[in-house]
Structures are given as C-alpha cells and as structure tokens.
Design a protein around this ligand. Structure first.
Ligand code: COA
Length: 159
C-alpha cells in the first residue's frame, strides 16, 4: 500500500486499535488490556496508518530477554492483502533486532490459513500443536522464527 506509515502506538491510538481488534477477532482484547500493554516498556506496540492518517493495522509483541512473543497482529478487513501486515512485521523485526532479541514466537489458530501463510512467508516454523488453547476449545499452532536470520533476509531483499 502506498503512503503506509508504521510508527509506535500512543494512548490516543487505543480506541482505533480496539476497533481493529473487534473487526478481526471473535474474542477481541479489551481496551484495559491494550492500555496495560502500551504502558509496559517490555512491549513493542506498532500501528499502521494510511494516507489519511487512519489506523488500519497494528501489532504488539512482548519481550522476555532473548525471546519475544507476538501477542497480536491484525489489519482492518478493507485494508487487507495490501502488504500492511508485512510492513508491520518487517518493522517489528527491526525493533526486536535492536533489542538483541533472538527468537520471535507466536500462537495461531490452526485453521487461520491467511495468518499461517503470512508467517510462513516470514520463515516462521511450526513447533507444536497446543490442543484446547483458545477459549472456544480450538487448537493453536506454536511457531517460531529467528530474528537475526529474518532481519538479514529482509535487509537483503530491500537492499
Ligand atoms: N489468503 C491467502 N494468503 C494470505 C491472505 C489471504 N486472504 N492474507 C494474507 N496472506 C498471506 C500471503 O502469503 C500474503 O502475501 P501475498 O499477498 O504476496 O500473497 C502475505 O500473507 C502477506 O499479506 P499482507 O497483505 O501483508 O497481510 P494483511 O495485511 O492482509 O494481514 C492478517 C494479514 C492475517 C494480519 C489479516 O488477514 C488479519 O488481520 N486477519 C485477522 C486477524 C488475524 O487472524 N491475525 C493473526 C492472529 S494469529
């Protein structure tokens, strides 16, 4: 997408982030939880803005030493398939590399084919299936990616 801007989130973005959550998940994160994540320096919270300065996507990741966890990534329905999630993940990888994070882990619903394709594009590899992981009883796939390897790959593609 042309004129896409990725930047760190601020408190004034949180209502728009909630709308993206509501639009994307059957069990969206509530505002109070997003507020807590934003206020904690262990989290990297990024938003994607379109040319009208409207928020169309976001992601948040938690850092625990050399390991980071992708807590959420979502794009408004009308902004999908235009490279927004790709841009968010590329930026997140840069932030993680700057913080000396070695691996990024995530969980994704096993039937979320769009997201799994996105993650495979970023060289995430499946680790294990976690049965009964979500509140609706569905299973998750745990995946992981090497931050340094992926950062080198992204840098190479862009250079
Ligand atoms: N069908 C198949 N592959 C898809 C896809 C779809 N509908 N959407 C994304 N992908 C894969 C493709 O490989 C795509 O690359 P390509 O367009 O060159 O083929 C790649 O992901 C990158 O797509 P991108 O445009 O950057 O993704 P996006 O901005 O549309 O966002 C999601 C992808 C998953 C974040 C978005 O669909 C979404 O918000 N889904 C609901 C929330 C969610 O499931 N989040 C993940 C929770 S674990």
């Amino acid at each position: 997408m042309k004129s896409l801007r990725i930047r760190s989130a601020s408190a004034t973005d949180l209502h728009a982030v909630c709308l993206i959550e509501d639009n994307s998940f059957s069990d969206p994160y509530p505002l109070h939880l997003l507020k807590r994540l934003l206020g904690d320096t262990k989290h990297i919270f990024l938003v994607a803005e379109d040319r009208n300065n409207s928020l169309i996507g976001y992601c948040v990741s938690a850092i625990e030493g050399r390991l980071a966890h992708l807590i959420s990534i979502a794009v408004l329905t009308e902004g999908r398939r235009k490279g927004v999630a790709t841009a968010l993940l590329k930026n997140l990888i840069e932030y993680l590399q700057a913080r000396s994070v070695e691996e990024l882990w995530l969980e994704v619903k096993q039937d979320n084919k769009e997201a799994i394709k996105l993650y495979e594009k970023f060289s995430f590899a499946s680790m294990m299936v976690l049965e009964n992981y979500y509140s609706d009883g569905s299973a998750a796939l745990r995946m992981r990616m090497s931050v340094a390897k992926q950062a080198a790959k992204v840098g190479h593609e862009e250079g």
